[in-house]
Design a protein around this ligand. Structure first.
Ligand SMILES: Nc1ncnc2c1ncn2[C@@H]1O[C@H](COP(=O)(O)OP(=O)(O)OP(=O)(O)O)[C@@H](O)[C@H]1O
Ligand SMILES: [Mg+2]
Length: 263
């Protein structure tokens, strides 16, 4: 495996059995996430983006194929050691309020992963949580407020601080700004961009919106009906999309060459 690869999805497949029959959510998906890059993952609702994310994080096991994290096949990692691998990858979700513990304060939420991994003592964890809050732009003076007392954008900052507590190498962001006001979205995107540079993070950034991904991603993978139909450097994908579906997706969010986007 090339040294530049942090995570490899190899012929990944996931089929869900439902009362209505089998649903093929992910179908033979192969791609690499390179160290230090932000890989955008786009595609319409139901195309399998979140399922790919859960498979990479090993929150769900694939029906077929492999996930290699830093060269290690996650299927072969025993349960106890999986905890150690999982520390190295964290996730930020669409709905920040739902992902925070409502009865824990901001600092309590951020310190929780440290507590679960028995890192430091109560005081040092609290101190670290305050530093992390500061890092993501939440005033540490508000460390003892509860999630509901913060705005959506601030809640997402707290969720990001919590995701960073264990100093992960991979940050998977699944539609991290879709639930936020448009004016706040840009601030969170700037924050993520800033953090990934300062902390040298590798990111998988999921969105159904190509325009959002264009800002952050070095490369973009386009999913349709469980498959990756195109993967290219961002600039190239936007300049010369190869797949008809990518072109359609681009047309839906951006005016294309003299033509207005359908509204
Ligand atoms: N646990 C499950 N059981 C059954 N079907 C599922 C399950 N999880 C996902 N699916 C199905 O798999 C397909 C892919 O879903 P997924 O959530 O990965 O799509 P997505 O691209 O993230 O969509 P969105 O943009 O709406 O978040 C969908 O048809 C979905 O209904
Ligand atoms: Mg999703």
């Amino acid at each position: 495996m090339p040294e530049g690869v942090l995570v490899r999805a190899e012929n990944l497949g996931k089929t869900f059995s439902t009362p209505a029959g089998d649903v093929v959510a992910v179908d033979d998906v192969t791609f690499d996430v390179l160290r230090g890059e932000t890989l955008g993952l786009v595609g319409e609702s139901g195309s399998g983006k979140s399922t790919v994310a859960r498979l990479l994080m090993w929150l769900q096991e694939p029906t077929s194929g492999r996930v290699l994290f830093d060269g290690t096949d996650l299927a072969g990692v025993p349960g106890r050691e999986l905890r150690t691998v999982r520390r190295r990858m964290q996730m930020v979700f669409q709905n920040p309020y739902g992902s925070l513990l409502p009865h824990y304060t901001a600092a309590g939420n951020v310190a929780e992963p440290l507590r679960l991994h028995s890192i430091g003592d109560k005081d040092s964890r609290r101190e670290r949580a305050k530093q992390l809050l500061d890092l993501v732009g939440v005033n540490p003076r508000f460390a003892d407020l509860y999630p509901r007392q913060f705005s959506g954008g601030q809640q997402q900052r707290i969720a990001i601080a919590r995701a960073l507590a264990l100093e992960p190498e991979l940050l998977v962001c699944d539609e991290p700004t879709s639930a936020l006001d448009v004016s706040i979205q840009a601030q969170i995107l700037n924050l993520l961009d800033d953090l990934r540079e300062r902390l040298g993070l590798t990111c998988l950034f999921i969105s159904h919106n190509l325009a959002v991904v264009e800002r952050l991603a070095n490369r973009v993978a386009v999913m349709r009906e469980g498959r990756v139909v195109e993967l290219a450097p961002t600039e190239e994908l936007f300049r010369a999309p190869q797949d008809p579906y990518t072109r359609a997706l681009l047309g839906a969010v951006l005016p294309v060459r003299g033509q207005r986007a359908a509204s």
